[in-house]
Design a protein around this ligand. Structure first.
Ligand SMILES: O=C(O)[C@H](O)[C@@H](O)[C@H](O)[C@H](O)COP(=O)(O)O
Length: 260
């Protein structure tokens, strides 16, 4: 089943009949970006979220992608992580490893998990140090000359409240302008302690894909696509790449308020 592309001034918006169709199109999209990045700069820097996004990546673990993607050149990061041990059921690393990364030949040394032996504050600082080092070596593209690195692809989910990464509506972290990564101790979505990329890093990406499924996200998706402000902008409304591309992948249930 094909997708339909709906006009939006918030990037390309794609709606799919089923989650399976969405997963196939998402796999094609990721594989295409991987190909151009690896043939260009020689590495593909991809940032994962937690939650349902990981399941939406499942087709990448199957043929033809399993054999055709240049997995050895992937470098994998997390847009946010819960401050728990890597083997804890709440860990975004564990979710991604069990359901995606363990099924593809990514190089273990190219998987940048957050240090789970540190406090939230120290883990956020440590992750930023790792990123800055990778920017110096050229694995992470810092050639655009700005203060923030350019990841090839940022894969985001959204919460029913319009949050992205661990950036929640009305939270002071939304106005962070300098740091690359930061931490939160009062996340309204459990667990409360998390580390997260900041909006300037997210918006510096070359490509941002927002993946939204299920009726529970219909309202958040509608708001995310609009520029109407109620009680301040929602985090998803603040996702707006500086010079990169924004692509939405939604299933029919999530897009019910957009297409009829
Ligand atoms: O660690 C997290 O909690 C996530 O990174 C978070 O930002 C997630 O992407 C959204 O909450 C959507 O999650 P669902 O797709 O599971 O609803």
């Amino acid at each position: 089943m094909g997708d339909s592309v709906v006009a939006s001034n918030r990037g390309d918006f794609k709606v799919f009949e089923s989650r399976d169709d969405l997963a196939t199109s998402l796999a094609d999209y990721v594989a295409g970006l991987s190909k151009s990045a690896t043939e260009g700069r020689g590495s593909f820097t991809v940032v994962l979220s937690g939650g349902s996004l990981i399941n939406a990546l499942r087709k990448l673990t199957e043929p033809p992608y399993l054999d055709s993607v240049d997995w050895g050149r992937w470098h994998v990061f997390w847009v946010d992580e819960r401050v728990v041990a890597k083997n804890h059921p709440d860990s975004n690393y564990k979710l991604a490893y069990d359901n995606f990364l363990s099924k593809v030949p990514v190089v273990p040394g190219h998987v940048y998990a957050i240090n789970d032996s540190l406090s939230a504050e120290a883990a956020a600082e440590d992750y930023e140090t790792v990123l800055r080092q990778l920017a110096k070596t050229g694995i992470l593209d810092a050639s655009k000359g700005g203060d923030f690195p350019t990841f090839d692809l940022m894969l985001l989910g959204i919460g029913p409240d319009g949050h992205v990464a661990s950036l929640f509506p009305g939270h002071p972290l939304l106005s962070e302008k300098e740091k690359w990564t930061t931490f939160i101790r009062d996340s309204p979505k459990p667990p409360p302690e998390r580390i997260t990329f900041t909006l300037p890093v997210i918006n510096s990406a070359a490509n941002i894909a927002v993946v939204v499924t299920g009726a529970g996200k219909a309202e958040a998706l509608k708001k995310g696509l609009s520029d109407e402000v109620h009680d301040g902008l929602l985090p998803i409304q603040m996702v707006s790449p500086k010079s990169g591309n924004l692509t939405w992948f939604a299933d029919k249930a999530a897009a019910v308020n957009i297409v009829s």
